[in-house]
Design a protein around this ligand. Structure first.
Ligand code: SF4
Length: 279
């Protein structure tokens, strides 16, 4: 299966699992969307939705917000992450919208990224969601899910993931794919604990396949002889070495032989770890 075929299969299944793939941020126009997306950086949509009603009532337009100083905006957003920086960014962006863009949110990606607090991801969300343009915004969820499934080839940065996804997903599907992958990452393929047991993508997922290839647990190990056991050498030991495997993952190793074929003597489980993206 090519990556393009895999991407098509993934989107088909996610469309069934996620019937309403859209942003969970509450907004009524492109200005409110822009503000909400700025506030959502490193923060949950739920938390943002709690603070934006009062914020939008106080400052319903770019012109109204442009009159405010950052310390006037701060009390409305104090419970989101990085409120100081975001209050400054919103005050500055509102002034830029008023002074440079006629009081409106610009449609062009190149203009959006000139605004304070607006990076490539935020601009992609705004052009896709507010203006219906083709764009794939890569946030932490999209980054993690795309790498785990193998929609991209082990890409280290959001921009590299975005480029990889643009290659394998048809342009018309970019906006929908962004929401499907975000929602899949938020509710199923979570960072710390992916719920593979209820995921419809197990047979398509590289990370899941790698987990299945891990060695089976060993029976009959004696933890009194040592905390760890190396199956290659038959040695027990307490203080493991660490080696980096060919995928760049740090693994526990037998301190004498260097073998990474190591088991936890208490549980019998392999200590080998699969490369993951826990962002
Ligand atoms: S199988 Fe597991 S790791 Fe793979 S996409 Fe599903 S939840 Fe994520």
């Amino acid at each position: 299966m090519t990556r393009t075929e895999k991407a098509a299969a993934v989107l088909d299944r996610l469309r069934v699992a996620i019937p309403a793939p859209e942003t969970e941020l509450a907004y009524r126009n492109e200005f409110e969307l822009l503000v909400a997306v700025v506030l959502s950086a490193q923060c949950t949509d739920k938390r943002v939705n709690l603070v934006t009603p009062a914020l939008f009532e106080a400052y319903p337009t770019p012109a109204a917000m442009a009159e405010a100083e950052a310390d006037e905006i701060f009390p409305f957003i104090r419970s989101v992450s990085y409120p100081n920086n975001k209050a400054k960014a919103l005050a500055k962006t509102a002034r830029m919208l008023r002074d440079d863009f006629g009081g409106r949110v610009p449609r062009a990606h190149a203009d959006l990224v000139t605004l304070a607090g607006v990076g490539r991801k935020t601009a992609n969300v705004v052009v896709a969601v507010a203006f219906g343009e083709a764009a794939i915004a890569v946030d932490t969820h999209v980054f993690r899910v795309a790498n785990r499934i193998g929609l991209v080839n082990d890409r280290p940065t959001p921009l590299a993931v975005e480029k990889g996804l643009r290659r394998v997903i048809p342009r018309d599907d970019w906006g929908e794919a962004h929401h499907l992958l975000i929602l899949h990452g938020r509710y199923t393929c979570e960072a710390r604990q992916p719920h593979c047991e209820r995921c419809p993508l197990t047979d398509l997922c590289d990370y899941f396949a790698a987990l299945q290839r891990l060695p089976a647990p060993l029976d009959g190990l004696d933890p009194k002889k040592g905390r760890y056991f190396c199956k290659t050498t038959g040695r027990y030991f307490d203080e493991p070495a660490t080696h980096v495997d060919r995928r760049g993952v740090e693994q526990l190793a037998d301190p004498v032989s260097g073998s990474m074929n190591v088991y936890d003597a208490r549980t019998g489980q392999t200590t080998r770890r699969v490369k993951d993206y826990r962002v």
